[in-house]
Design a protein around this ligand. Structure first.
Ligand SMILES: [Zn+2]
Length: 436
């Protein structure tokens, strides 16, 4: 076992895996300050007289899983080639994932994107041919994987009880977080270091260092992996990819992304047909929010005035869109498919009377480009089942087929019926047979 200063260049070359035992900030009551990556700004620089703690490292075989669950480890996951700063608990979670590490999936019908200029947004990802709804555009392993907050940084435990003010305490945490992420960055191959530093940094003026700033701007949440006994914003993880981190935001995105631990990768799927030479976009915020609410969430990504589409540029269109977004967001519960809404109509009522809201929603959401929302999926799903119940095979298939690509994009294992025979053998069709 070797011990050495991590900040000596010789040590960096020797160290394959460095382990530090450091309680998660949420579990150490003396750490009152928690910096989430969505926090913007405190003063830059360090308080006078502050001395950074010296770090000692311990080398461990990369296959080791016997860690204190709350210790943080620098490790390159073998066969995956991602540099990770990870708790003992999460490292075990990764290795215990069944099928880990399977290979990333090939894109549907071959590579169909390029990275190119996207105007004021800098670089972006563009389609090189028509991409169909449900097609996998890219399945990429990240360059870095690290906590989505200040966890894993080594703040002297005496600091919270010192004379420092809250603002100064935050400065210390920001400094130490940058230091810990710089160690991660230094372990990357030169090619990845270059790609990482070429990514946008919208946190140049809020005290974030150049590494943390880029993680905050470009990080993608790794849903499903979190530190032991943490909830909410604490304990989450984020990754930075070479190509996927180039994908810009849209308030009506044409793609959806999801994290997969078994392949240790991020998959991006088209949620509607994307014509050739079109920018591929994902949502950085909840899209069924008003323009002013979205603006708040987009600010930490350096988006001061979203111009993703005509809806965001034109005030009149924006007003119409806001009204729709609020309505879709607040009305979702009324769309849960229920047999009660399919019961026999009273005299003078249309059989499909319960469908009118959903039909309008599907139409409006397609106009807005909201195929990625669960509200769109819910409305189309309800209509497909309702028309199956009413024995209207043609209309049932019309709505089911709208979901075909979206089901693929969300990797749903049991897609809805897609043939006449399948409609006729569906539960709702069978239930509807005896309705009169
Ligand atoms: Zn927008």
């Amino acid at each position: 076992m070797k011990r050495g200063f991590l900040n000596s260049s010789k040590a960096k070359q020797l160290i394959d895996n460095a382990v530090f035992t450091q309680q998660h900030p949420s579990k150490n009551r003396s750490h009152k300050v928690h910096l989430d990556f969505r926090d913007v700004a405190t003063e830059p620089g360090l308080p006078d007289g502050y001395e950074s703690p010296k770090l000692f490292s311990r080398e461990v075989a990369s296959s080791t899983l016997e860690y204190d669950p709350n210790a943080y480890i620098y490790t390159c996951v073998p066969a995956v080639n991602t540099e990770c700063l990870v708790s003992g608990h999460v490292k075990r979670m990764i290795y215990d994932t069944s099928a880990f590490p399977v290979l990333p999936l090939p894109p549907t019908r071959g590579k169909a994107y390029r990275i190119g200029e996207a105007g004021a947004k800098g670089l972006g990802m563009f389609s090189t041919r028509l991409i169909r709804a449900g097609d996998l555009i890219i399945d990429e392993r990240p360059m870095t994987f690290s906590p989505a907050n200040n966890a894993g940084s080594f703040v002297n435990p005496k600091i919270p009880n010192s004379h420092y003010t809250l603002a100064q305490h935050k400065q210390v945490i920001q400094h130490e977080t940058e230091k810990s992420r710089k160690l991660l960055f230094d372990r990357l191959p030169l090619e990845y270091q270059k790609a990482f530093m070429e990514l946008a940094n919208s946190h140049e003026h809020d005290g974030s260092g150049s590494i943390v700033g880029r993680i905050r701007t470009n990080g993608i949440e790794c849903v499903g992996l979190r530190d032991k006994d943490t909830t909410g914003d604490l304990g989450r993880y984020t990754c930075v990819c070479k190509d996927i981190s180039r994908i810009n935001h849209s308030c009506c995105p044409n793609a959806n992304y999801c994290w997969h631990t078994e392949s240790f990768s991020v998959r991006v799927y088209a949620v509607r047909d994307i014509p050739a030479n079109t920018e591929i976009t994902i949502a950085y915020c909840e899209i069924l929010r008003t323009a002013s609410e979205r603006a708040k969430y987009l600010l930490p990504y350096g988006i001061t005035s979203c111009a993703c589409s005509a809806t965001c540029i034109d005030p009149a269109l924006s007003k119409i869109s806001d009204e729709r977004r609020v309505r879709f967001n607040e009305g979702s519960l009324s769309l849960v498919p229920s047999i009660d809404s399919f019961t026999a109509p009273k005299p003078g009522e249309a059989e499909d009377r319960g469908s009118h809201t959903a039909v309008k929603w599907v139409q409006e959401m397609e106009e807005e480009g909201f195929q990625v929302t669960s509200e769109y999926r819910g409305a189309a799903y309800m209509l497909a089942n309702m028309y199956a119940y009413l024995q209207d095979v043609e209309k049932a298939l019309f709505y089911a087929k709208k979901l075909e690509g979206i089901h693929k994009a969300f990797e749903e294992k049991t897609p809805l019926f897609l043939t006449e025979e399948a409609v006729k053998s569906s539960l709702f069709y069978q239930l509807g047979k005896g309705r009169r």
